[in-house]
Write a protein that binds this ligand. Structure first.
Ligand SMILES: C[S@@+](CC[C@H](N)C(=O)[O-])C[C@H]1O[C@@H](n2cnc3c(N)ncnc32)[C@H](O)[C@@H]1O
Length: 229
């Protein structure tokens, strides 16, 4: 269980005394190949708003993180999109930061000023926060939408933003179930690159409800932990 932050943590608006350094662009993501521009971003958000209106539960990820690291924990929503999960994490009492390479999705996310959102590429991420994160979350198929070949760099950068003992939580669809434009990532490769980034394997499930992972699972929810702490 990740420890809670103490009084050293300020609200997101005060997270950096000077602001993080400008983000360095990475190679075009697979996401940018299928969805780009303000209209696509608004349509993506609208899809989730309609699901919520229909009563679909959109907060399994935030609950999972909260069970792992009770609020107020520092959580980085890596590939946050329009803020679906980061906004809920803030509502639950976490100090959440959302980053995404898609500037149009970040513009939508920034309409909610309670959470800090930044345009940044995960493969070059360097927030140089004065505080590191207790949990880094890759929710909603960020991994299959990365630019090809960047997963090792992304995991190295995310591990660099964790406190010792902090958790990396990633949920993504597997071969045969990946959404359009995404590329399937084998969990064995994911684990290999996580290990290379200094992360040890904690557990794997087939969904945010902790259903068991089996050879037939079409979704992997993986938890790794940074050594130390
Ligand atoms: C399917 S969307 C999921 C958005 C959000 N996590 C959610 O669950 O609602 C995938 C997101 O991953 C982001 N992404 C992919 N590669 C990225 C990278 N290298 N750096 C930052 N964001 C990236 C895309 O821009 C996109 O917003």
């Amino acid at each position: 269980m990740t420890g809670n932050p103490g009084h050293d943590w300020e609200r997101p608006s005060g997270m950096w005394t000077t602001g993080p350094p400008p983000s360095r662009p990475g190679p075009p993501t697979r996401w940018s190949g299928v969805r780009h521009g303000p209209d696509a971003a608004r349509a993506y958000r609208q899809h989730f708003l309609e699901l919520a209106e229909q009563g679909v539960d959109l907060h399994g990820e935030a609950r999972f993180v909260t069970a792992l690291a009770p609020p107020p924990s520092r959580v980085l929503d890596a590939g946050c999109g329009y803020g679906r999960v980061a906004g809920e994490l803030t509502r639950l009492g976490h100090y959440a930061v959302g980053v995404d390479a898609d500037p149009d999705l970040i513009a939508l996310a920034q309409e909610d000023r309670r959470t800090r959102y930044l345009v940044a590429d995960l493969s070059t991420l360097d927030l140089r926060t004065e505080q590191e994160f207790h949990v880094v979350l890759l929710a909603g198929n960020v991994v299959p939408y990365l630019a090809d070949g960047t997963l090792p760099a992304v995991l190295e950068r995310l591990a660099a933003h964790l406190v010792p003992g902090g958790h990396l939580v990633a949920g993504f669809a597997l071969d045969g179930s990946v959404p359009p434009g995404a590329a399937a990532v084998d969990v064995r490769d994911y684990d290999r690159w996580a290990r290379a980034a200094g992360l040890s394997f904690i557990g794997r499930w087939s969904g945010w409800d902790r259903a068991p992972f089996t050879a037939a699972s079409d979704y992997a929810l993986s938890v790794h932990r940074l050594l130390g702490g």
